[in-house]
Ligand binder design. Structure first.
Ligand code: AMP
Length: 195
């Protein structure tokens, strides 16, 4: 199964993707993690990406696409994946469709958006800041990332809804509750595909 998770920063995409990875035995492909790895390995791509990440801005599409292409080329990703953080804008969505076509005519099965009100998001990110250190979790940067989500990423909801792929899931609740909602949205997709 090929799944994309969408949602604002702090919506719990990473947590939910890891639960799906375990449950469905498909790899979690997170563009943010791939970028942070490139940054810590001090590759040329990583150094270029870091400038944008530190500002809360999007990294140029081509750089992220390169990492995603490399990741999807690995054998564990041939039968499915749960993708988190990519695509981030309409251009990346088109790039992803092309990339999947290139990888043997693959297509997405479902796009899940985890919906969380912005006040709740701000609260969660400030709590995360206390737990794990991320260079981009400073307050101004978080606000910019929320704006980038609203302007660049939210249009993907309509794009995937038109393709009949979108399911909206309420992202307020415990991780287990949200996982149950996501799983039932995925089951609906299974029966819709079979019918
Ligand atoms: P994330 O871990 O998904 O919140 O991503 C952290 C940061 O990495 C973002 O604020 C962006 O700067 C960058 N990033 C992650 N995914 C993408 C993407 N698909 N396109 C552009 N930039 C990205």
């Amino acid at each position: 199964m090929r799944i994309v998770l969408l949602g604002p920063p702090g919506a719990g995409k990473g947590t939910q993707a890891k639960l799906l990875e375990k449950r469905l035995q498909i790899p979690h492909v997170a563009s943010g993690d791939l970028l942070r790895m490139a940054v810590s390995n001090r590759t040329a791509l990583g150094l270029e990406a870091k400038r944008h990440m530190d500002e809360g801005a999007l990294v140029p599409d081509e750089l992220v696409l390169k990492l995603i292409d490399e990741r999807l080329s690995q054998p564990d990703a041939t039968d499915g994946f749960v993708m988190d953080g990519f695509p981030r804008n309409l251009r990346q969505a088109a790039m992803l469709a092309n990339l999947l076509k290139k990888h043997g005519g693959q297509r997405l099965d479902r796009v899940i958006v985890i919906e969380v009100p912005s006040d709740e998001i701000k609260k969660r990110i400030s709590e995360r800041r206390g737990r794990e250190k991320r260079d981009d979790d400073v307050e101004d940067t978080v606000l910019i990332r929320l704006e980038v989500y609203a302007a660049a990423t939210r249009p993907l909801l309509e794009y995937y809804a038109k393709l009949g792929l979108l399911a909206q899931v309420d992202g307020v609740g415990s991780p287990e509750q949200i996982q149950a909602r996501i799983r039932s949205a995925l089951d609906v997709a299974d029966s819709a595909v079979k019918a």
